[in-house]
Design a protein around this ligand. Sequence first.
Ligand code: NAP
Length: 215
Amino acid sequence: MKTKKSQGNGNIGIMGGTFDPIHLGHLLAAEEARERYHLERVIFVPARTPPHKEEEMLSYGEHRYMMTVIGTINNRYFSVSRIELDAPSHAVNYTVDTISRFKEIFGEGRKLFFITGADAILDLTTWKGYETLLSMCEFIAVTRPGYSLSRLKGIFDSEHSGLLSRISLLTIPGLAISSTEIRGRARQGLTIKYLTTSGVEQYILKNKLYIEAKK
Ligand code: NAP
């Protein structure tokens, strides 16, 4: 990704996740968010080591990066950033730092939306600099039908309840698909067709991902 400031005024979506692997639910969510929030583009940011996970639990970053590139290839509004994967190896990726970098790249004129799973932000108040983070971007919390908004309301105490206005819930039926389910099916030799794109399916099979404990 270019590091100079980009031209334009459009809203930008930053789709954060581990994408282990990327699946149709992620793609549907990003596309729905793009339309609903008039996003000029959506940048997928595979996390190298999310702050709450040990690296050993994840597939190699390069595999996750490749799958994210392959999965997003057919959408001209989607791109993939290595911003977190290329961070120094000892560094933990904090979303507040990632969003600050994007603010520098795109300039103050752009409105940034951080898109991620609603369950991923239930512990948002434990994230580094979460108040600064919510001042720099709005959150789009994507979830499957039936998810109760009250779960998100519990995030903040009464003193910080105003921050809830910076988070919108976006319901995506396709999010019944999960990366965990795909990994489990691949491990058992079951089909993963139609859960992710055929390119990602082929990449998983070719590289025998998820068959052993870590690949
Ligand atoms: P996670 O805990 O693995 O995911 C929780 C749930 O959210 C899962 O059901 C997951 O489904 C779903 N999900 C995750 N990303 C999604 C996305 N982009 N779109 C739709 N559903 C999504 O969450 P994670 O992937 O590790 O973290 C999510 C993001 O939050 C990452 O960018 C991470 O760096 C950031 N984060 C930051 C901090 C911090 O700054 N302190 C702390 C925690 C997380 P799937 O498994 O199917 O994706």
